[in-house]
Structure formats: C-alpha cells, structure tokens
Write a protein that binds this ligand. Sequence first.
Ligand code: GDP
Length: 365
Amino acid sequence: SLTAGIVGLPNVGKSTLFNAITKAGALAANYPFATIDPNVGVVDVPDYRLDKLAEIVKPQRVVPTSFEFTDIAGIVKGASKGEGLGNKFLSHIREVDAICQVVRCFDDENITHVAGKVDPIADIEVINLELILADLESVDKRLQRVSKIAKQKDKDAMAEEAVLLKIKEALENEKPARSVELSEDEKKIIKGLNLLTMKPMLYVANVSEEDVANPDDNEYVKQVRAYAEAEGSKVITVCAKIEEEIAQLDDEEKKMFLEELGIKESGLDQLIRAAYDLLGFATYFTAGEKEVRAWTFKKGMKAPECAGIIHSDFERGFIRAETVSFEDLVAAGSMQQAKEQGKVRLEGKDYVVQDGDIMLFRFNV
Ligand code: GDP
C-alpha cells in the first residue's frame, strides 16, 4: 500500500508526532495486522460521511479506511554524502510515496536546535538540499549512460536525455524535480529513476502549545507558508506534544479537549487528510446492513480496479456496479428512495469512480 514518510531534522518533534500516530493507531480497532514494523504507524482516516451513511443505513458496524505513515529518522546535513545515516535514510525515503516534513516552529530553550537557533526555512533548506543533491547524483549517473545511446540517434534515449537535462537544470538551481513541468509521457520516462524530489511534499509546522489555537499568528509559520506557496506545496500546523495527549483520548473526550483548546480539528486528523490528498487518494463506500465501510482508491481508477481493492475476484468477474453519489443518497434519505428517484446508476467497466460514491459491485464468481 502507499505510504507517507515523516522526515525532519533532529529535535523538531518527529518522534512525538509519530508517537501520536501509533497511539491513535492502537485505538483504531479495525486494523487487522497484529505485528507491524515499529517504524510504521497505521491510522483511521477521519470521514464525516461514514457517520452520515451509518445514520441512513443503520448497519451492524462501521469500518473506516486506514492510512500508513513511516517514520524516517536520521537526516542530517551531509546525508547525500553518506554522513550520519545518510544513505540508509535516503533509501528509506525512496520507498515512500509522499513526504511529510516536520519543521520546528516552537521556541523552547530547553530543547537544543541542531543549528543553534530556530529557523524553519534554514531547516527546510538543509533537508531539501540533501534530497536535491541525491537526485542530482542519480540524474548524472543516468545521463552518462543515456547520452551514449542517444548519440546513436536512438529515439527513446534521446527523449529520456531531454527530460533528464531539464530536471538537471532545475536541480542545479536548487529546485526540486517536481517543480519542472513535464508531460504525462515525460513523467513516465523518468518514473523509473524514482527521484526523491519528485515525490509530493507536505510541510508540517510544529508549533508550541501557546500557538495551537492561532498558529497563523506565529512568525515561523508565516515563513513556512510563504516558502511552501512559492514551490506549490501545502502546509499544515500541529502541536506534536498536544497531539500525543489527544491520541490517547476516545472520541468524546477528544471533542471536549479540542473545544477547550479552541481548535476544530486535531492536527493529526488534518495531517491524515492532507497526506491522503497529497497521494491522490479518494474514498468510496460500500453500504450494507452488515457493514458500512470506507475504501481507499487512487483518483482516476475505474470500477473494476476499485472492486479489486475489496477482493481480486470482484475485479476478475466484474460485470457492473450500482452507484449513487453520497450527496444524492443523503438527499434521497434512503437507498430505496434514491432508486425510485433514478439516482442509482448502472455503471460498466469504464466508469471512473468518484470520491464519495457508494458502490455495489455485481460480479461472476
Ligand atoms: P525528533 O528528534 O524530531 O524526533 O524530536 P522529538 O519528538 O524527540 O522532540 C524533541 C523534543 O522537543 C522533545 O523533548 C519533545 O518533547 C519536544 N517537543 C516536540 N514537539 C513539541 C511541541 O509541540 N512543543 C514543545 N514545547 N515541545 C515539543
């Protein structure tokens, strides 16, 4: 499954945030695997639509969909040169599909900052530069090989060389590969290189307890937002310390605690939704009397592929899907009425499933 990696310099609050994730995950009762990698945290994806569906369908149980985070500790300046846990660290990043970079935006004299003072942009640049240098090395290596073949007028090699040169130029200007505008074909050509700076990036500004209600008043957060906006990345704000406390509460307690703090949604829930979005994920639902359940799919997937997420037999034997959008079902008030109003569609194998669709798959065994 797809996973988002949590990175950041030492002492910015990564472990604290990751603890919150694993604690919240331990409460997520529906996670079927007993033993998992200690560096992997699995959380439920919060979705108000599930509760709404449960009100309509009144199922025996409600099952949210889940999402995976990987803790990638150990980046330091010089990682791309193999310093510290450098190479190992970079290879771990290579395995994730999106990067959540935790940035220290809290002052605390008792907590040492690796560079001597809190400076979120300098921190971000340290990490991003390591990723850029590592990519530059990959691109150069590849270019050496491809250019030789391109000289012999090999069409594929020439096309690849052109893309590599574009990316190289960006990297040399300390810009991430994802900042280069590429066509779908060009993206395909360099997909195999699995460049680190091609992965989508989310900045997680870790603010103090005092700032959690109004994080955007914090100067550090403003700086991070400006930086992220310039490169087209998103920012969310959390207070990792508070998240660690919240993660141990049940839903009711959590709601009260958040109200006291003056925040609408916990930072962790924001993080989960933002990371989900960053990966191009969407949710469809199945809604029966036994179970109302959310399923994660990638935007653009067609009905048979989505059916295959539940079971490979569903995909192999796919005939058609009965589909109604969440909004139409809620407006109709019941599945029966939605049918009577003609809101339940029959869709075939070319149907591109939409976020919020309620799906009933028909298949041959
Ligand atoms: P890591 O090295 O990035 O994993 O950082 P840690 O999660 O170990 O945090 C480093 C220190 O900062 C610990 O003493 C944490 O308790 C503290 N810390 C983390 N997040 C916050 C926060 O939001 N507010 C404050 N005041 N301290 C925090």
